[in-house]
Write a protein that binds this ligand. Structure first.
Ligand code: ARG
Length: 654
């Protein structure tokens, strides 16, 4: 049920003919921060006044004169320099809330302008274990799909799996040299993961060893430079010099740490007799892996057969994670799907004069970009970018979307800049191409989240740990109940799974997606604060009120019992419940699920205030009891719907 769009429409009528940027002015109608100034505020009179050289209050008065909102608001008030303060009428709020009581969409309308979206998300490089980084793309993409669909858009979700890259060269190499046959028979996935890790380690060793002298030299140079600068600056450097010195010191410290880390890694390999033999025997492993990958891409029979053999195991592995996360895709068209289209894509681009040869390679040169986009290497190999261009063409032909969203790590922003610019040259001009980028998940040391041993953290282990901790919380919470525990042990495990996964997802979704965030189990599972646990708990509390009061909530919904907004807390809660539609609009407009989590948190807080101030089961009159139960129910349903749109389940008890 929306408030803001209705208000905007009325203001549009009043503004038409008064300005040519009406939409921008309408964006200045907002919820007001302080109830003193009404529920909503229109703040455009100042800028309109400045432009026309007239006092803003006068402009505001004129707009109000033409404004027809009598059925929605009390008479608008003009305040301060020219704010228009709007207070929603209680009878209007009550009518909307009453309609929401029996509406499964809680009054949220479908968009009158449905669009077709392709959403490209998750897209792990299979054959490598999934890690914490994959959770962001997966849950943000899933939430966007859910919200867009709910608003009435057509959404095609596509998991653009990395199923054709170098990692296959790595496991093919591993398979040919290090396979443990019985382990492979027992669990192919585990054995492939072991092979991947082993080959990675050997490659890292050789890479690290070849870089070591250069890095050592660099650190020494940095140290020298710092020493010289210190001497030059003397004992009392000015502020700016001191700052520069500090920066150089910390960058030197960082470089030293890195070098020490590398030495440790190299030493660890050397200290292990088996590993040190393996690195010695496989000194050309880097080039050999590339050669295996190249053979696969050229259609070598054996490598292709191995690839076909490995792929199902890799897919089972990620499907298990998707199952636990409750994420599904309409399509899983991975990179391999596009392989037979790459040559034609490159030829087409050359033919159309978009790409040309340079130094034996084929490149797209883009205006304003220093480096061209490489689409075929000198040796004939195609690249990530080539596949993405073929993918765009396929999607345009197959789905004719209005928008393609790529939910991918911010480190790929240059790739997408190039890709989109090239797509425009290919003639895809009217479509919205959007890199929905996100930041990195950090550990408490502020560095990318790793295990103690320096490995990236496997996604499954992460889920398990969140569920384990959730289990402890659910048990403690249940044990502490005044009337004794109410959840049998088998149900506790099921609730723990929901609470744990929810916490993990919500922690991610509630961040501003473009920033990095620090991963913390304690924070994500906190019973208080902007967490899924808090939201699920708020929901479960409402449900427990119904159980305690023997309330047949379905019957009450159908009864047509009136809603009363007698106290400020009831009114504030009612107003908040009706904001769901506004918030969803906002969340999909710049693809930010955290708009929705922030709203749910506000809603849960308003509910707490209401619950403290307004007795529900013990309300003064029967009518008031019914009205308050309906407000509880609307709150619970809004939380449930909001969480559902984030891909998160509620629980009836916890
Ligand atoms: N597989 C890629 C990676 O892990 C992400 C793919 C994103 N989607 C795309 N169409 N490029 O980095």
């Amino acid at each position: 049920m929306s408030i803001l769009p209705d208000l905007k429409e009325r203001f549009r009528d009043a503004l038409t003919g008064r300005a040519d940027d009406v939409d921008e002015l309408l964006d200045l109608i907002r919820r007001s921060g302080d109830p003193k100034f009404g529920d909503y505020q229109a703040n455009f009179a100042m800028s309109l006044g400045k432009r026309t050289g007239r006092p803003p209050r006068e402009v505001a008065a004129e707009v109000v004169e033409r404004l027809d909102v009598a059925d929605i608001c009390r008479p608008p008030e003009i305040a301060g320099p020219g704010f228009i303060n709007l207070r929603i009428r209680d009878d209007w709020l009550i009518a909307r809330l009453s309609a929401a009581v029996t509406d499964s969409r809680l009054g949220v309308r479908q968009t009158p302008r449905p669009r077709t979206y392709v959403v490209d998300y998750s897209a792990p490089n299979v054959a490598k274990p999934m890690h914490v980084g994959h959770i962001r793309s997966t849950v943000i993409g899933d939430a966007l799909c859910r919200m867009l669909r709910f608003l009435g858009h057509k959404v095609i979700s596509d998991n653009h799996l990395g199923d054709w890259g170098t990692q296959f060269g790595m496991i093919i190499y591993g398979y040919k040299h290090f396979l443990d046959r019985s382990a492979y028979r027992a669990s192919p996935v585990q054995e492939l993961a072991r092979l991947y890790k082993l080959v990675r380690r050997l490659m890292d060793y050789h890479e690290g060893r070849s870089q070591f002298p250069k890095l050592t030299e660099q650190v020494a140079q940095q140290a020298d430079a710092l020493q010289r600068n210190r001497e030059e600056a003397g004992p009392r450097p000015d502020k700016k010099t001191a700052q520069t010195l500090r920066r150089q010191e910390s960058s030197l410290a960082e470089a030293r740490d890195e070098l020490a880390e590398l030495r440790q890694k190299l030493d660890a390999v050397k200290a292990d007799p088996l590993l040190s033999r393996q690195v010695a025997e496989h000194s050309g492993i880097g080039a050999a892996v590339l050669a295996e990958t190249a053979r696969l891409h050229e259609g070598d029979e054996e490598n292709l057969r191995l690839w076909r053999e490995f792929l199902p195991a890799c897919e089972d592995e990620i499907d298990r994670v998707y199952g636990r996360l409750n994420v599904t895709f309409d399509h899983t068209l991975g990179e391999s799907f596009y392989q037979n289209r790459l040559a034609a894509t490159v030829d087409g681009l050359v033919h159309e004069g978009i790409a040309r040869e340079s130094d034996g390679a084929i490149c797209v040169f883009l205006d304003g970009q220093d480096v061209p986009m490489l689409i075929r290497k000198k040796d004939g190999a195609f690249l990530y970018a080539t596949t993405d261009l073929a993918t765009i063409r396929f999607r345009m032909e197959q789905f004719a979307p209005d928008a393609i969203l790529y939910v991918v790590d911010h480190r790929q922003s240059l790739h997408f800049e190039h890709l989109f610019a090239t797509a425009r040259l290919m003639g895809y001009k009217d479509i919205e191409l959007q890199h929905v980028s996100f930041g990195t998940v950090l550990g408490d040391d502020g560095r990318p989240f790793k295990t103690r041993s320096g490995d990236t953290v496997g996604l499954e282990g992460l889920l398990d740990e969140a569920v384990r901790r959730a289990g402890a919380i659910v048990a403690a919470n249940d044990d502490a109940k005044l009337d004794g525990p109410e959840i049998p042990p088998e149900q506790r495990a099921e609730i723990a799974e929901r609470v744990g996964i929810a916490a993990l997802k919500y922690a991610d979704l509630s961040q501003n997606r473009t920033s990095d965030y620090v991963f913390s189990y304690d924070k994500m599972l906190a019973m208080n604060g902007n967490t899924a646990t808090y939201m699920q708990y708020a929901y479960a509390r409402v449900r427990s009120i119904f159980r305690k009061g023997n309330v047949d909530i379905e019957a009450l919904r159908a009864s047509g019992a009136p809603i009363v907004l007698g106290s400020p807390a009831e009114r504030a809660l009612g107003l908040e419940i009706l904001r769901l539609a506004d918030v969803l609009e906002l969340a999909v407009c710049d693809y930010r699920p955290n708009q929705l989590t922030a709203y749910l948190f506000d809603l849960a807080n308003r509910y707490s205030a209401f619950f403290e101030q307004c007795p529900v089961l013990k309300a003064e009159t029967g009518q008031l009891r019914q009205s308050r139960l309906l407000l509880c129910d609307l709150t619970a349903r809004t939380i449930c719907k909001g969480l559902e749109l984030l891909g998160i389940d509620v629980v009836e008890k916890m």
